[in-house]
Design a protein around this ligand. Structure first.
Ligand SMILES: [Mg+2]
Length: 223
């Protein structure tokens, strides 16, 4: 792997030590979406349909939803071990750090601020002027087409693809690996992600310490 000029991280389960920023809202509101999640993973429904279904379930359970209700679902926010150190050292070396997430922007924005990353994008909601939810906002990041955002990062900054590395924990994050770029599978979620990573032939780090990606990123250098 050539030393990168930019590293694009997934958020949930990679920089943030959580399961899913969508699931956190279900946990907070006492709802669930297992059936729709299975359809989503099978790519029978897309991000927009999934978000619309989630919002419908929450509104049914809670009536109207305020921005503060969503923020409260992220009370126990914590970073992945080593995330702060890895992001800090990459930036010290002039490497651009971005987050490309199909998670919830309120949560991803908190992580982006904690880590002071250079750029980030995520999905979210449409709010009225008093902070009440109108519904989902149109998706900015498609879970199975995250490469569109990596490519945007490449174009805006004039990087060549081979100097970009993406890091994700889910099989769908493989879509971040635009042609010529590299990918590291970190802390894979479930066997479907392990299988997808193996099939793609990408390096896999089965650890919950983000510093373990450093030797792969930096040509064998220990953190
Ligand atoms: Mg993830």
């Amino acid at each position: 792997m050539v030393r990168p000029l930019a590293v694009a991280f997934d958020c949930d389960g990679v920089l943030a030590d959580n399961g899913s920023s969508w699931q956190a809202i279900h946990d907070g509101f006492g709802t669930e979406n297992k059936q729709m999640f299975a359809k989503f993973i099978a790519q029978e429904i897309d991000d927009d349909e999934f978000m619309a279904d989630d919002v419908a379930k929450w509104m049914e359970a809670k009536g109207r939803i305020h921005k503060d209700d969503i923020a409260r679902c992220y009370g126990g926010i914590s970073l992945m071990p080593g995330a702060r150190e890895v992001v800090g050292r990459l930036q010290e070396r002039g490497v651009m750090v971005a987050i490309i997430s199909s998670g919830v922007d309120i949560f991803v924005g908190m992580i982006a601020a904690m880590l002071k990353v250079d750029d980030w994008v995520a999905n979210g909601f449409d709010w009225d002027e008093d902070g009440w939810m109108n519904g989902p906002a149109p998706s900015r990041v498609l879970s199975f087409e995250k490469g569109a955002m990596v490519d945007k990062l490449r174009r805006i900054n004039g990087f060549s693809s081979d100097r970009i590395v993406s890091v994700g924990d889910s099989g769908s994050d493989l879509s971040m690996m635009i042609e010529g770029s590299s990918f590291i599978g970190f802390n894979p979620t479930g066997t479907w992600s392990v299988d997808a990573f193996k099939e793609a032939g990408v390096p896999i780090v089965k650890s919950r310490d983000l510093r373990e990606i450093w030797p792969i990123l930096m040509d064998g250098e220990e953190f």
